[in-house]
Design a protein around this ligand. Structure first.
Ligand code: ADP
Ligand code: MG
Length: 243
């Protein structure tokens, strides 16, 4: 399970008395287990789209349906989706272990022993098993992002929503973690929407990519389809298709 249908999604912000259309009538479907990359230039509406899907933002109109259930008005915690942010968004006063277990303590009735076991297994998977008793300030950027990723994985969600999770890391670590993220997704088959402004990331990571510009969906397809048969000049230019 983990199929998402986004229909007529629209989000308008009030910008000093003027309407700012951040997301304009977006329609697309993500299949169960798919890795979809949402890509486009800065300000095109990627984060707003993801925040509407996760419930951190309420759409102006349109619907989000998860496995046949309309979740448009559901609280984030009732959506069975886990979000990973660019700035990690860890609690600075908590250890890695506490950051990873906090959500489980709040939303499940697992025992402390069960939570510890789950956290330790996931920490091994994400390579931070030796950092569990450290606080974010004592960890490198890469390690912090591994904790943030671990925090999402321990919740065993149906959907991962990732907003530029690697963009604060240096190039070498970024490419290492790209591969790790793909391996994780292959192993678990969790539906993933991955937001980036980086074409290379989109082309190499996505089963399909959805290309946004100015709040509007330009094209959705496999990386090769978009590269070889771009639907317009924007897509061709953005992806660097041969002309
Ligand atoms: P991206 O993630 O692609 O860079 P965003 O979704 O963050 O783009 O933003 C899309 C547009 O919506 C931008 O013009 C941005 O300034 C505007 N926007 C985003 N969030 C808000 C907000 N909370 N209030 C007003 N405008 C916003
Ligand atoms: Mg953004």
């Amino acid at each position: 399970m983990g199929r998402i249908e986004v229909s007529n999604l629209r989000k308008v912000f009030d910008a000093g008395g003027n309407d700012l259309v951040a997301v304009d009538d977006l329609d697309f479907t993500i299949e169960d287990g798919e890795f979809l990359v949402l890509v486009g230039p800065s300000g095109c509406g990627k984060s707003t789209t993801l925040r509407c899907i996760s419930g951190l933002e309420t759409p102006t109109s349109g619907e989000i349906v998860l496995d046949g259930e309309n979740v448009t008005r559901a609280k984030p915690k009732d959506r069975n989706m886990a979000m990973v942010f660019q700035n990690y968004a860890l609690y600075p006063h908590m250890t890695a272990r506490e950051n990873m277990s906090f959500g489980l303590k709040m939303t499940t009735d697992l025992s402390n022993e069960e939570i510890d076991e789950r956290v330790e297994n996931v920490a091994e998977m994400t390579g931070i098993e030796r950092n569990l008793d450290q606080k974010p300030g004592e960890l490198s950027g890469g390690q912090q992002q591994r904790v943030a990723l671990g925090r999402a994985i321990v919740r065993d969600p149906e959907v991962f929503l990732m907003d530029e999770p690697l963009s604060n890391l240096d190039a070498k670590l970024r490419s290492e973690m790209r591969t790790e993220l793909q391996n994780l997704q292959n192993d678990f088959g969790v539906t993933t929407i991955y937001v980036t402004h980086d074409q290379t990331e989109a082309m190499t990571m996505g089963d399909r990519i959805a290309i946004l510009d100015d709040g509007e969906l330009q094209q959705i397809g496999t990386p090769l389809e978009c590269y070889h048969t771009p639907v317009n000049k924007f897509v061709a230019g953005f992806i660097g298709s041969p002309s």
